[in-house]
Design a protein around this ligand. Structure first.
Ligand SMILES: *Cc1c(COP(=O)(O)O)cnc(C)c1O
Length: 396
């Protein structure tokens, strides 16, 4: 059979990629190679595989697939999203300066502010939606710009192409954390980014059953530097988990589509509710960067956040809502409601959080595969029961 996989659409290539069939056995699932080491048949010529930290066939399959899905040339699988991000930061050297999205993921914030700083890598947090403040933050030693879009948890949207083109003009590399949208909706490498990063723990695997990280790059020279760092740092993904991520890939497109449709419906519902102060979702026409989101991605994704009238309403709502799990994380088959101030952003000092708009009555919702009408029913009942907590307040 000929292999036409380069011609297929994204949805089809999730299933019909070069690892669809195991060439040795015909198995329609990538074999899990538990070997840590590989026999060498010749004393002078070692085979492709020698030791699994450096390369393992199961991990290689996952790395090939993420590279292909992101339109890169090389992919890398790590033991967590933070392992991917931290390893990619090791491309920097002492004396470098980086510009980072101000409402970046809490773990990335911790890495930048408590680890990189000890290695004399300076940082400036900026509002990545504002090109002028990015330009103002640039210094002669600025070596990288780190984006996360839509951002977490306020769903601010960065114009990836504009930031990448500015970065190129000052000789800085660009990172994009693409966890929220996945290549099903957004492909940063095609917008000029150098390195795309993922917590594959989220939408890519999609079932709340694995912790994993991925990276993909286009440039072969950058790929070889990142590969050397992956091997040196050694935070590679185990083979069982590689397999789970690859299984998740197969349903990525249908999951994203269903969850995104649900998120749009729920966001529109919340926007009209009198106890909801603000809804952050880049798929709402009123979102400040709605048009940028439309331009650079195929959709707004399945994560939204909303601020309730006050902390009492927030507490009562969380007490009464029944469908979503109340937990950290996102991007799963079940809807996940989380409390950024105490969960993903707990590592951020309270003053910093408030300054960034991550208040104590802000909730983040990752929409799963439930029927969105059931979610709306559940939310309506919980909000109805929370009305008492809002008593004495002006209801809009
Ligand atoms: C969860 C997450 C991370 C960290 O990934 P882990 O797999 O938990 O290490 C990084 N970025 C974003 C946007 C995330 O949601």
């Amino acid at each position: 059979m000929t292999d036409n996989h380069e011609e297929w659409s994204f949805e089809t290539s999730l299933l019909h990629n070069k690892h669809k069939v195991d060439p040795a056995t015909g198995a329609v699932s990538v074999p899990i190679h538990h070997a840590s080491t590989f026999h060498q048949f010749e004393v002078d010529h070692f085979g492709k595989y020698d030791y699994s930290r450096s390369l393992n066939p199961t991990r290689e399959a996952l790395e090939d697939i993420i590279a292909e899905l992101e339109d890169g040339t090389k992919g890398f699988a790590f033991s967590s999203g933070m392992a991917a991000i931290s390893t990619a930061f090791l491309l920097l050297s002492a004396g470098d300066h980086i510009i980072v999205t101000e409402d970046v993921y809490g773990g990335t914030f911790r890495m930048v502010t408590t680890v990189l700083n000890r290695f004399n890598i300076e940082h400036t947090f900026v509002d990545m939606t504002d090109l002028d403040s990015i330009k103002a933050a640039a210094k002669p030693n600025t070596k990288a710009i780190y984006m996360e879009t839509p951002s977490n948890p306020l769903l601010k949207v960065t114009d990836i192409e504009a930031v990448c083109s500015f970065a190129k003009s000052i000789g800085a590399i660009t990172y994009v954390d693409n966890t929220f949208l996945t290549p099903a909706l957004q492909k940063p490498l095609n917008l000029g980014a150098d390195i795309v990063l993922h917590s594959a723990t989220k939408f890519l695997s999609g079932h709340s059953d694995v912790v994993a990280g991925l990276a993909a790059v286009k440039d072969p020279e950058l790929a070889s530097r990142l590969g050397a760092l992956q091997n040196s740092f050694g935070a590679v993904l185990g083979v069982q988990d590689c397999w789970l991520v690859m299984r998740g890939f197969k349903t990525l497109s249908v999951r994203m589509k269903h969850s995104q449709d649900g998120a749009a419906k729920i966001a529109a519902y919340l926007e009209k509710h009198p106890l909801v102060k603000k809804v952050h979702y880049p798929g709402l026409p009123g979102h400040p960067e709605y048009s940028i989101q439309q331009k650079q991605s195929k959709g707004a994704g399945a994560v939204l956040s909303f601020e309730l009238e006050n902390e009492e309403v927030f507490r009562s709502f969380v007490d009464h809502v029944t469908l979503p799990v109340f937990a950290v994380s996102l991007g799963a088959v079940e809807s996940i409601l989380s409390y950024p101030a105490k969960m993903s952003h707990a590592a951020m000092p309270p003053e910093e959080r408030e300054k960034r708009g991550i208040t104590n009555s802000l909730l983040r919702l990752s929409v799963g595969l439930e029927n969105p009408d059931d979610m709306i029913k559940d939310f309506s009942l919980a909000l109805e029961k929370s009305k008492a907590a809002a008593e004495g307040l002006t209801i809009k």
